[in-house]
Design a protein around this ligand. Structure first.
Ligand SMILES: NC(=O)c1ccc[n+]([C@@H]2O[C@H](COP(=O)([O-])OP(=O)(O)OC[C@H]3O[C@@H](n4cnc5c(N)ncnc54)[C@H](OP(=O)(O)O)[C@@H]3O)[C@@H](O)[C@H]2O)c1
Length: 345
């Protein structure tokens, strides 16, 4: 580890990491308000190739809720069989470099960086390999940068890679609000959609329109199935329609992309996930198997370019302190966020 005081580019002393820090923590699965606490723990030390960052903002994701609750049960092989693999929530973080391990060349102490990490963002300091951190351009607030991880990548990869969205496509976004949905609408536009229909509830109608939807269907008053329209890409972030109805909403060679799954029981998501390829078999319509967005620094860099150019503005719903982490995670589990929530440790 390179000590800040030994560096020729020594940072201001306030950047030097203390021996201990405040961090959210959970050792077992359960309801967030029961298993997550905020405590004082040793500040992690960067090993070779790692970078320690003073976290200035960490966005909240459904992924954090899955790691805390251990649900759905069939995901335990990746979440951790008996105990969570990630004990500190926070998959996205933005802040300043305070210490680097041996061999780190990409970042220097004092650099502003952001990135998607393997948990650890809900803490004053977060550690990750140097490749996972990207430079944060001047003028972009940490609170915006930290939203360009899991949720934005899901919307981008879902529309562009799994949905094959091309110039001129007509796109349906169901669940056009919250973390993923608030990105899906403007990204559909940026990727060239000629027309975007957004489905959301009354309180999100104006935001969906402001973010680029040509038509907004308020699901509390209207039924998207009554529009009598078919779409080239159906980005399903709600999962409320039957798969047969999803098919009927697509043109002959349209693509159905599901990024969500029911949350209510331990195994409930499984039948629908397994049914997708069957329902779409023997048709020209496509429905890629359910998948999880992957960390992509090139996608995050592209998203940041859009922000810097003023073409994309993250929708930040609420800012929270680190001590609020259990409550934030409980609220995330309600799945009625309007935009991104951000923890400011
Ligand atoms: N596959 C992946 O890689 C991946 C990655 C990230 C997230 N996800 C999944 O994507 C989903 C969304 O995550 P998120 O972080 O965006 O959650 P979120 O921020 O809580 O947003 C969920 C949104 O869904 C809307 N919604 C709920 N019921 C709806 C309905 N019947 N019709 C239309 N919209 C509805 C809610 O709006 P209202 O309050 O107005 O209903 C809310 O804005 C979750 O299921 C999550 O697990 C998947």
């Amino acid at each position: 580890m390179t000590e800040p005081t030994q560096s020729p580019t020594a940072p201001p002393t306030h950047l030097a990491p203390p021996a201990t820090m405040r961090s959210a923590f959970h050792e077992r699965y359960g309801a967030p308000e029961e298993v997550v606490s905020v405590r004082t723990v040793p500040t992690p030390q960067p090993a070779a190739g790692e970078v320690l960052v003073r976290v200035r903002a960490a966005s909240v994701n459904a992924l954090d809720w899955h790691y805390v609750t251990g649900l759905p049960m069939f995901a335990r092989p990746s979440l951790g069989l008996r105990r969570p693999n990630r004990q500190v929530p926070g998959a996205d973080a933005s802040g300043e470099v305070v210490a680097v391990g041996d061999g780190v060349t990409r970042h220097r102490i004092g650099d502003r960086v952001f990135g998607e990490i393997d948990g650890g963002g809900f803490a004053e300091y977060a550690l990750a390999p140097e490749d996972w951190w990207l430079p944060l351009p001047d003028g972009v607030p940490h609170e915006q940068a930290t939203t360009l991880g899991v949720a934005a990548e899901t919307a981008l990869q879902g529309l562009r890679d799994w949905g094959g969205l091309r110039e001129g496509h007509r796109v349906l976004v169901a669940g056009a609000s919250g973390g993923v949905g608030s990105f899906a609408v403007p990204l559909a536009r940026l990727l060239g959609a000629s027309h975007v229909t957004a489905v959301c509830s009354t309180r999100n109608v104006e935001a969906a329109r402001a973010r680029g939807a040509d038509r907004v269907v308020d699901y509390t008053r209207e039924d998207v199935r009554d529009l009598g329209e078919r779409f080239d890409v159906f980005f399903d972030n709600a999962g409320t329609l039957s798969l047969r109805d999803c098919r009927r909403l697509l043109v002959e060679d349209g693509t159905y992309v599901s990024v969500t799954s029911p949350k209510t029981t331990w195994v409930k998501p499984l039948p629908r996930m397994l049914a997708v390829p069957l329902v779409f078999a023997f048709t020209r319509q496509k429905a890629p198997a359910f998948r999880v967005a992957s960390r992509s620094t090139s996608d995050q860099a592209w998203l940041m370019d859009q922000v810097v150019a003023g073409r994309l503005e993250p929708l930040i719903e609420q800012r929270w302190s680190l001590e609020d982490a259990p409550d934030v995670l409980r609220r995330q589990g309600e799945f009625h966020a309007q935009g991104k929530s951000v923890i400011v440790p």
